[in-house]
Design a protein around this ligand. Structure first.
Ligand code: ATP
Length: 347
């Protein structure tokens, strides 16, 4: 059992706020992903939970017990970092066993635990090798096994895949997902890669400038972003965001006019996803083509509308030239409205 409660934790260095009032309960066995751009406070939040960084204010509870004043080693959390510092002079077996030795756990069960952890990350055949004789992905798996072998209640993973090439990242990602399921531990995972977040998480926390923007399932984050920051951060491409005015339920901006919306009159930001829009003979956006990109399975058309460059996904056989006038169907049903000033979602 390991429920983690973060009660309004903040981290400040002088006047600079790294994390501001992070308040969340992470239930036992949840896989929680902290996602956000560089410098948004993900690692700092994680380090406060691990005890490597002191919270300036707020309480951290693990299973109802306040741990703010406990040393990292007494918190029963295991961390996996992006730089998986392995001991070069020890072989894989010894590297995995190391935390058990340091902790002076009953040495009787060591061998079995090491072998079981190695098996979980498919390293059984490499136990005698030294780190220098392993690939990057294998080294990363040794680091994972070293965390697993401790049988902690909480796993903290900080960008554990960032040193791997794209292909290895996908397979190791699948392995982490499988492991977390099998080990049934509460996991907090830091990444700036939204694909990783969306595929691994039970819930995602999107952060920006030290402030939590939204906490929700990957589907909710994608389908109902809480504000224009989340909308503009999630998705590939991210949601199109146009500036304009709502007048009697009609959004009006440069090259765009969308009726049938609900919301108070005034300045708004309107969002829609490129894949929800359709090139049409007559539609809500009318503008010359700014650019065309062949993606293989589709063609991405970009036009200027509502003071922004917006993308519209067209079929792969769509043919046109830059500056050709086109129209796109952006029905109200695919639109998201946000307050122009605060960025908050308008329902
Ligand atoms: P990245 O994805 O780049 O690792 P992050 O979201 O993990 O970013 P943090 O490492 O948590 O970001 O840093 C949050 C902010 O706090 C950054 O602006 C960083 O410069 C600042 N910061 C981190 N450590 C310190 C420190 N010891 N003193 C002052 N500022 C710090």
């Amino acid at each position: 059992m390991a429920e983690i409660q973060l009660r309004n934790i903040s981290k400040r260095w002088g006047a600079f706020v790294g994390v501001h009032k992070f308040d969340l309960t992470i239930p036992d066995r949840e896989f929680l992903v902290l996602l956000g751009p560089s410098g948004c406070g993900k690692t700092t939040t994680m380090r406060m939970i691990a005890g490597l960084e002191e919270a300036t204010e707020g309480d951290i509870l693990i299973d109802g017990k306040r741990v703010n004043d406990l040393d990292p080693k007494d918190r029963d959390v295991a961390m996996v970092f992006q730089s998986y510092a392995l001991y070069p002079n020890m072989n894989v077996y010894e590297n995995i066993r190391f935390p058990l030795k340091v902790r002076k756990t009953d040495s009787g069960g060591h061998d079995e635990r090491v072998r079981r952890a190695a098996e979980m990350v498919e390293l059984t055949d490499f136990l005698h090798r030294r780190p220098a004789e392993l690939s990057g992905g294998q080294r990363q798996r040794v680091a994972l096994a070293r965390a697993i072998v401790r049988q902690p209640n909480v796993f903290l993973m900080d960008e554990p895949l960032s040193n791997l090439d794209a292909k290895l990242r996908v397979s190791t990602r699948a392995q982490i997902k499988n492991l977390s399921h099998e080990l049934k531990v509460t996991t907090i995972y830091v990444t700036h890669d939204q694909i990783e977040a969306m595929t691994l998480a039970d819930r995602v926390v999107v952060m920006n400038k030290g402030i939590v923007q939204q906490v929700a399932t990957p589907t909710e984050i994608y389908d109902r972003p809480a504000n224009s920051f989340v909308a503009g951060f999630i998705g590939n491409p991210a949601m199109n965001l146009m500036e304009g005015e709502l007048r009697g339920g009609t959004f009006v901006g440069k090259n765009v006019r969308i009726p049938g919306l609900k919301g108070p009159d005034g300045a708004v930001t309107l969002g829609f996803r490129a894949e929800d829009a359709r090139i049409a003979d007559k539609g809500e956006i009318a503008a010359p083509i700014y650019s065309l990109e062949l993606l293989g399975d589709a063609t991405m058309i970009t036009v200027k509308a509502g003071g922004a460059l917006v993308s519209i996904k067209a079929p792969k056989d769509f043919r046109a030239e830059i500056d050709d006038p086109i129209q796109a169907g952006i029905p109200a049903a695919i639109c998201h409205l946000f307050d122009a000033k605060t960025g908050e979602r308008i329902d």
